[in-house]
Design a protein around this ligand. Structure first.
Ligand SMILES: Cc1ncc(COP(=O)(O)O)c(C=O)c1O
Length: 426
């Protein structure tokens, strides 16, 4: 689908279809239940957990954007993931990538180990023998997240789907990082797409939501049945907000990608960045595949700070524009430390396997003026450079005084790690 078609779908979804009063903007239906036309005579709608006109308008728009047969709007991205997993039974194997959103990883591992809901196999799709590993697992379902969170690793969706077809496995793609404007996994052979609509699709960081889009209407209907049965469908108000946010998805992404390009160029020249992760870079290992299967490189990038972890609080404290917060995809720029925030539910070993280093920093680039965003990061790097000079000076003095050559790592964790009671929910 071209950008212009996506722009038309998003701008026009549900517009000028109100038969009651001719409202141009589709109304918000805040009702839990619907009057029956007569005894034993069902109307179009009966109860809002099953169906709601506002939610249906959003679902229809997202279905068209992903070019699917059915879309189910859910209360969160996690409930969309949970819904897709209803296709699995205890004897089925789910293959997941070794690096994915921490909350998805927590859902998969806990359902597999504590509920025996399915068998789980983790695969590094970046390894050359990934297809052999998948074949050996004999999966019923393969889960992909490309670009992955937080390292922006790219998986070849078409290649995985071709293999999956031979194995009679379903492929689910979490398309949250790009939105249907920049990637349409169903067209590349996937069976199901999930999104956290909390991110780019809503784009204003003011709701939590999700969507599942199925290519096959039979699978879509089965999952719609499960969505009602489990009660994971999304609220009408949040659907209204998401539809409103969706209208500007195309221009938002254009601006966000433009800013990301400029920030990435700046970060490439920054001596305090030891590694930069962005699929738009020609030396990114997934660049060619990203170029082939995406229509843009997105507005997320990550980098390793070339400083000890003790420098992280200094860096974050000196930023004025980038907000230190979870989530991504909103019009405001956010910064996060995946190790202690979005991926805190992965233990240290799992983080290490996934390649999430102690000084990895993730940026979700917004629509602010790029020069201001660059100046903000520069202030952070300047503060770290000053801190490095001072701490080197102080460390030398301390070592001489105490004979202690330790790194003081424990105190950093105390300073920087966020409230552990909260991380349990991330
Ligand atoms: C890639 C990805 N998938 C799923 C989710 C879960 O979405 P939600 O927070 O809306 O439940 C997130 C959340 O950050 C995510 O980044």
């Amino acid at each position: 689908m071209s950008h212009s078609a996506a722009a038309t779908i998003t701008a026009r979804a549900g517009i000028a279809q109100d038969t009651a009063f001719g409202a141009v903007t589709p109304p918000l239906y805040l009702t839990s239940t619907y009057e029956l036309p007569a005894f034993r005579q069902p109307g179009q709608y009966d109860y809002s957990r099953s169906n709601n006109p506002t939610r249906d308008t959003l679902a229809e728009a997202l279905c068209q954007l992903e070019q699917g047969a059915r879309a189910i709007v859910t209360g969160s991205g996690m409930s969309a993931c949970l819904l897709a997993l209803q296709l699995l039974g205890p004897d089925d194997t789910l293959v997941i990538p070794h690096d994915c959103y921490g909350g998805s990883y927590r859902l998969f591992t806990n359902l597999a180990t504590r509920k025996q809901a399915f068998k789980l196999v983790l695969i590094n799709f970046q390894e050359s023998d990934w297809s052999e590993q998948v074949k050996a697992a004999a999966p019923a379902m393969i889960w992909l997240e490309t670009p992955s969170n937080p390292l922006l690793q790219i998986t070849d969706i078409k290649a995985v789907c071709q293999l999956a077809k031979n194995l009679s496995a379903k492929v689910v793609v979490d398309n949250t990082f790009l939105s249907p404007v920049l990637q349409q996994p169903l067209r590349l052979g996937a069976d199901i797409v999930v999104h956290s609509t909390t991110k780019y699709i809503n784009g204003h960081s003011d709701i939590v939501g999700g969507v599942l889009v199925a290519k096959d209407p039979v699978i879509g209907d089965e999952l719609k049945w499960w969505a009602n049965c489990l009660g994971v469908t999304g609220p009408a108000f949040d659907s209204y907000m998401t539809l409103r946010g969706l209208r500007t998805l195309v221009p938002r992404l254009q601006l966000q990608q433009q800013n990301t390009n400029e920030l990435v160029s700046f970060l490439q020249r920054q001596p305090l960045v030891s590694k930069l992760y962005y699929p738009g870079l020609t030396d990114h290992p997934g660049h060619a595949v990203a170029k082939a299967q995406q229509t843009g490189f997105g507005a997320m990038c990550s980098f390793d700070l070339a400083a000890p972890a003790e420098a992280l609080p200094v860096f974050f404290a000196s930023l004025q524009l980038f907000t230190l917060a979870q989530s991504l995809g909103g019009i405001e720029s956010l910064i996060c430390h995946p190790g202690s925030m979005t991926h805190a539910s992965m233990d240290a070993a799992a983080q290490q396997t996934a390649g999430i280093g102690p000084t990895l920093i993730r940026l979700s680039v917004g629509i602010e003026a790029s020069a201001d965003l660059i100046a903000d990061l520069q202030a952070g790097f300047n503060a770290v450079a000053n801190w490095l000079n001072t701490s080197q000076h102080n460390n030398n003095a301390d070592r001489v005084a105490s004979g202690n050559t330790g790194t003081g790592k424990g105190s950093v964790e105390q300073q920087f790690r966020l409230n552990p009671a909260l991380t349990a929910f991330w």
